[in-house]
Design a protein around this ligand. Structure first.
Ligand SMILES: *Cc1c(COP(=O)(O)O)cnc(C)c1O
Length: 365
């Protein structure tokens, strides 16, 4: 990225060669992201964040046919879908939010029954950001195709961790975000199937083939391209290295911490995520205590932590407020080492013990 911050600051839309060299770097990044998803470079639209990608897909689908005022989504979506859907509901759109079972999975029969002739779009996340649970995306896409409904997947949590091959699935839109696979924050992309009509969300200049006005954030686009290339090159490590570390971490905690339980389907999930419910512990207090010891985790989702609302994901899975508020999410990456896991496994049970004895002290006192 550095050359594009320092020297190569030409505008990729300009006609002079100083800008054209930058345009070539943007093209290269588009090819790198396309290769990760198995699509054509011209099916990749660069955006500013995953939230923008999600918003753009929904808005485009709604604008395509003004008579279609119904949207199908699920109860466990990220707020970048959920709150948008809520805002649309206030403006006269009808939203169906599919339930999930205690493993965090939607029911495909329910999806099929929810789609109507006036459904503009079905939007389902590829992998859940709190539990890592994987949705049945290929099956859902087939149902949408058979019903003639556009299908979007928020794959922001899944890209780089599990195989995403958009050439094998009838999906029209897929969102991804750089900072979820080691690119910098503030750059993302939306896959738009080349046969799908698209209405720009940002209306302005003819950048991005007219799909998004606004001068490109070229250093960051170069960054997301490189991160996509590296994610593809290191992809095998997710199952080979990250998953065994996550499993060792999780199994150890489930064994040594009384009253600890896993949230989400045991196998049908991302290789790097562990969401654990710890009986009788307040996850916000736990997070603070672990932070002091150098273990970074999140209570529910990072975007909502700090608020006292119990996770909507865990509640949709049928768990009590108490269980949701006692849940922590740990995330690993290909940079996580075995020694770090050993260290975390030292620290976490001790911290839980400490917090539990403190809350007991309050009860006794
Ligand atoms: C992080 C995340 C988002 C939001 O992405 P930003 O780049 O932060 O806007 C949306 N959906 C899911 C599933 C995410 O994990």
């Amino acid at each position: 990225m550095l050359p594009f911050l320092r020297d190569q600051y030409g505008n990729p839309s300009s006609a002079y060669s100083f800008g054209k060299r930058v345009a070539q770097a943007v093209d290269r990044a588009r090819e790198q992201v396309a290769a990760l998803l198995h699509c054509e470079p011209n099916e990749i639209l660069f955006t500013s964040c995953g939230t923008e990608s999600n918003n753009s897909a929904i808005q485009s689908a709604l604008m395509l046919d003004p008579d279609r005022k119904h949207l199908v989504t699920s109860k466990v979506e990220h707020s970048a879908i959920k709150k948008h859907a809520e805002s649309l509901a206030r403006r006269g759109y009808e939203i169906t939010s599919l339930d999930v079972d205690s493993d965090g999975l939607i029911d495909l029969g329910e999806l099929e029954r929810a789609i109507r002739p006036e459904t503009a779009l079905v939007s389902l996340m590829w992998a859940n950001n709190e539990t890592g649970v994987l949705s049945p995306i290929a099956e859902a896409a087939d149902i949408c195709r058979s019903k003639g409904t556009l299908f979007h997947s928020d794959a922001i949590q899944a890209v780089g961790k599990v195989e995403i091959d958009v050439s094998a699935i009838p999906v029209q839109f897929v969102s991804l975000s750089g900072h979820k696979f080691h690119a910098p924050k503030g750059v993302a992309a939306l896959y738009i199937n080349r046969k799908t009509r698209f209405n720009p969300f940002l209306i302005g200049g003819s950048q991005e083939s007219g799909k998004r006005g606004g001068t490109e954030n070229t250093p960051y686009i170069v960054g997301i391209g490189k991160a996509a290339e590296l994610a593809a090159a290191h992809f095998a490590e997710e199952d080979r290295n990250v998953k065994p570390l996550r499993d060792r971490f999780e199994q150890h905690l489930l064994k040594v911490v009384p009253g600890a339980q896993r949230n989400g389907h045991p196998t049908n999930r991302l290789p790097n995520t562990s969401s654990l419910a710890i009986d009788g512990v307040d996850s916000e207090g736990m997070l603070m205590l672990l932070d002091k010891e150098g273990v970074c985790c999140s209570a529910g989702s990072a975007c909502t932590s700090g608020s006292l609302e119990a996770s909507h994901v865990l509640k949709a899975m049928g768990f009590s407020n108490e269980r949701a508020r006692g849940s922590l999410r740990f995330s690993l990456s290909r940079f996580t080492t075995s020694a770090e896991i050993d260290q975390a496994l030292e620290i976490i049970p001790r911290a839980i013990e400490k917090l539990r004895s403190m809350s007991q002290g309050v009860l006794v006192g």
